[in-house]
Ligand binder design. Sequence first.
Ligand SMILES: Cc1cc2nc3c(=O)[nH]c(=O)nc-3n(C[C@H](O)[C@H](O)[C@H](O)COP(=O)(O)OP(=O)(O)OC[C@H]3O[C@@H](n4cnc5c(N)ncnc54)[C@H](O)[C@@H]3O)c2cc1C
Length: 436
Amino acid sequence: MSGDIDVIIIGTGLAGLYCAMHLRDDLKVALMTNSKITECNTYLAQGGITTVLNEADKELFIQDTLKAGMYKNNKEAIEIAAEEAMDNIITLQNIGVTFDKKDDYFDFTSEGGHSVNRIVHYADLTGKKVFETVLAYVRTKKNITITENITLVDVLIEKDACKGVLVLKDDEPQVVYSKKTVLATGGIGGLFKKSTNQRILKGVATSIALRHDIEIKDTECIQYHPTGLYDPKQREKYFLISESLRGEGAKLINIHGNRFVDELLPRNVVTKAMLEEQKATNSEFQYLDISFKEEIYLKNRFPLIYKECKERGIDITKQPIPVTPVQHYAMGGICVNLDSQTSMKNLYACGECSCTGLHGANRMASNSLLEALVFSRRAAIKMNDTINEGELEEPNSGVLIEKEMVQRLHKQNEEIIIEHIKNVRGDLIYELVEYR
Ligand SMILES: Cc1cc2nc3c(=O)[nH]c(=O)nc-3n(C[C@H](O)[C@H](O)[C@H](O)COP(=O)(O)OP(=O)(O)OC[C@H]3O[C@@H](n4cnc5c(N)ncnc54)[C@H](O)[C@@H]3O)c2cc1C
């Protein structure tokens, strides 16, 4: 593949696309993804993106995020997110994201852990809208190429610095050199039987980090979302019933019709209460009820959830929705600094595969897209400022790649991360796909 690429970005979710969007126009940027471009978690996001309303809300947002994260967070990362949140939302708006409005300003909503309404959204299709808008913008840039169906297998390391990536394209290995490499490969849900995530997301960035002793952090912190749509026959990703339903007043009730938890507590607390209630009532699910709201309101505010449930025979305007906790998010990943730099020179990571420490032990709702925006832009700014610095050594172009060896590494990636999860979260072993 062409040897004069400045920045390779692996992953075309929000983190990868938004990073590319902020790189200098004179840099040659290659975005790559292992699947169809829409097959990312960003596309699925429903609820919205956290922002910070004003100066007074900054401290409140910091405290809410710390509390949800059980004070395991990196406070500096939260402060930066608070500082830069609205600027990024305005950038999205300027390129065409039409967030829902009320009285000519954002129609802020709430979700678990937030003490005020501060989440911007586009109905319950926020991720799709943001993804399509940023993608359309990136496609206008002549310096950026996007290639689908390229699978990252490993990073190339020479003299303790990243020099590019080793990938599989149409099952054939290829080496791609670059001055800077960005991993934006998303979460780990594809390894779990019950997850809201796209099935192709299998934590490849963490596997690569483990292989090369690149620092990782908080990988034991795996979030379950309280309200996956219950379906005992589900073998693909679970459909998510967004937390914003609870933000708009939906109630959780057990199979006997009784409430048992404050619905707006952080996700880990609600999940724990649900699992205990399932044991106590000998059931595999609870119900989430929002049918008391007006039909027209529900159809407009939650068009995706209304449609998806209707197709499964559930009318959310008339009946409660069966729900159960499912794997949803990885708080941990490749450890990065506040400019998204990893412990390996010239290697960056952003989005869900990275760990800025913003989320601590438990992510507060709608903080993931915020993190992807803030820290992928910071990565781009850092690269813009430093890419021409110092002597750049030419990579050793004689890297030997044998197809069998690359395929073996590819297979190993999944084995490495599974082994790691078993070590750090022994309690989740039977939740993994390999125990199906
Ligand atoms: C159903 C659902 C609803 C959500 N709702 C919200 C919400 O309302 N608000 C919020 O803040 N967060 C939400 N989240 C979380 C949020 O969507 C994700 O954390 C965020 O989109 C991650 O963005 P990303 O760019 O890091 O990863 P992704 O968007 O998942 O993109 C990852 C990319 O990496 C590529 N990739 C992976 N492995 C490889 C490989 N080996 N080789 C090449 N490419 C690879 C994928 O193909 C993809 O392009 C939700 C998540 C889900 C699943």
